[in-house]
Each structure stands twice: as structure tokens, then as C-alpha cells.
Write a protein that binds this ligand. Sequence first.
Ligand SMILES: [Zn+2]
Length: 74
Amino acid sequence: MPARHLYPVPCLVPVTLVTIEWDAAPGLHLARCGACAAHFRSSRLGEVEAWADRHHCDPEMIALLAETDLRRAA
Ligand SMILES: [Zn+2]
């Protein structure tokens, strides 16, 4: 078994990444997907890691975001 890489966790879609950050102010771990804008916050790193492991990008959301970006650029 190869060692598990925690930072960053690749999504199913190759260009997407879930990054895990420590937000010191509220004292929470924050996982955020750079592709579909999904995010999860918890004081327990294990929960955030589990969310990142389970996270699958929503293709509809990615398409919607891409469409919004195109409209913004136009
Ligand atoms: Zn995602």
C-alpha cells in the first residue's frame, strides 16, 4: 500500500484538487474543492480527510461554473 497523500487530494476529474487548510481563527480544518467549489469544515481533521476522500465532483456543478466563467469573460 502506498502512503496516502493528504495534501492535496486529487479528485476524479484530473484538473480538480481538494485542498485541506487549517483555519486558525475558528480553529477548524477546511477542505475545499478547487473545481466544483464544494467545501467542508470541521474541527476534526479526520472528518475533513474523510470528506476529501469521499468527495466526487458534481459534473453538473462544474459545467455550471464553467458556464458562469464564460459569461463573466464575455
Ligand atoms: Zn469537487
